[in-house]
Design a protein around this ligand. Structure first.
Ligand SMILES: NC(=O)c1ccc[n+]([C@@H]2O[C@H](COP(=O)([O-])OP(=O)(O)OC[C@H]3O[C@@H](n4cnc5c(N)ncnc54)[C@H](OP(=O)(O)O)[C@@H]3O)[C@@H](O)[C@H]2O)c1
Length: 260
């Protein structure tokens, strides 16, 4: 465990999956965590309740990043909720985690609508959430972006891969810009992890076995496997690391598939 006592964090997409694991870990380390959600209010409240039950501190904030017409209004609501919850404290840690994948957005199936929606949630939101968060953030703070291994391995979901490539580029340039404030910016790039985004992993044992054969450590990921890596970048231990991307994937595609 790293000590984040007295620190504050905003984790986007913390109602479920990897974001929930990040929020729980940062709170377990002592941070007050703003648990962001888009539409899953009940799930966000479950995340907050789990943190409180474990003796931590958290509150929920809402913004739908996929809204085409009033993206600004959604951000206004998010930051009003954040500032209310922080009650005058600065922000120490921002985790840009929320994202969607549209499995139909292949080279044949992509539409302007699916393209715009994924770029709005996966790329536009991290940019403008960060822009709004920076005035609240103290010097020496932390930004961690959650990207994906699809930036380096090929996938049919080409638009999703493009969004994550853009996020990697964002992180590198942002790290350069924010160095003068001592704010580090790093990217955690999960491999195949069991969440709602990958519902097929829990539904299809044969598919899970196949995936395990592609991973040197012999299993797919759990959200906490990624959450713990995010917590490292959020901690003081990572003070001299910025502009980096860490693959957190159990050794995905390190070599030819292993028989299982
Ligand atoms: N799972 C994997 O194998 C995997 C692999 C590589 C990378 N990743 C990345 O890891 C991150 C977390 O993924 P996950 O698997 O944990 O996903 P998930 O279980 O599907 O959760 C997605 C989260 O994003 C939020 N979100 C979705 N659409 C939103 C919108 N329009 N506005 C605001 N929030 C929205 C959701 O909140 P609501 O439900 O409230 O809308 C939810 O909290 C993502 O960046 C993803 O690309 C995942």
């Amino acid at each position: 465990m790293t000590d984040l006592t007295g620190r504050t964090a905003l984790v986007t997409g913390a109602s479920r999956g990897i974001g929930r694991a990040v929020a729980r870990r940062l709170a377990a380390d002592g941070a007050l965590v703003a648990v962001h959600y888009g539409t899953g209010r009940a799930a966000a409240e479950e995340t907050v309740a789990a943190i409180l039950a474990a003796g931590g501190q958290a509150f929920a904030v809402r913004a739908d990043f996929g809204v085409a017409g009033d993206a600004e209004g959604e951000l206004d609501a998010l930051f009003a909720g954040l500032e209310q919850g922080l009650a005058g404290r600065s922000l120490d840690i921002l985790v840009n985690n929320a994202a969607v994948i549209d499995y139909s957005a292949t080279i044949d199936g992509a539409t302007p609508e699916s393209y715009d929606r994924m770029f709005a949630i996966n790329v536009r939101a991290p940019l403008f959430v960060t822009q709004r968060a920076l005035p609240l953030m103290r010097d020496g703070g932390r930004v961690v972006n959650v990207s994906s291994g699809v930036t380096w391995f090929a996938t049919p979901e080409i638009v999703y891969a493009m969004t994550k490539g853009a996020l990697n580029a964002f992180g590198r340039s942002l790290a350069h810009t924010l160095g003068e404030r001592g704010i580090t910016v790093n990217t955690v790039s999960p491999g195949i992890t069991e969440t709602d985004m990958n519902g097929w992993l829990s539904e299809d044992p044969e598919a899970a076995r196949h995936v395990a054969g592609l991973i040197s450590l012999g299993r797919h990921g759990q959200p906490a496997d990624v959450g713990d890596a995010v917590a490292f970048f959020a901690s003081d231990d990572a003070r001299w690391i910025t502009g980096q991307t860490l693959e957190v994937n159990g050794g995905l595609l390190l070599g030819p598939p292993r028989p299982r």
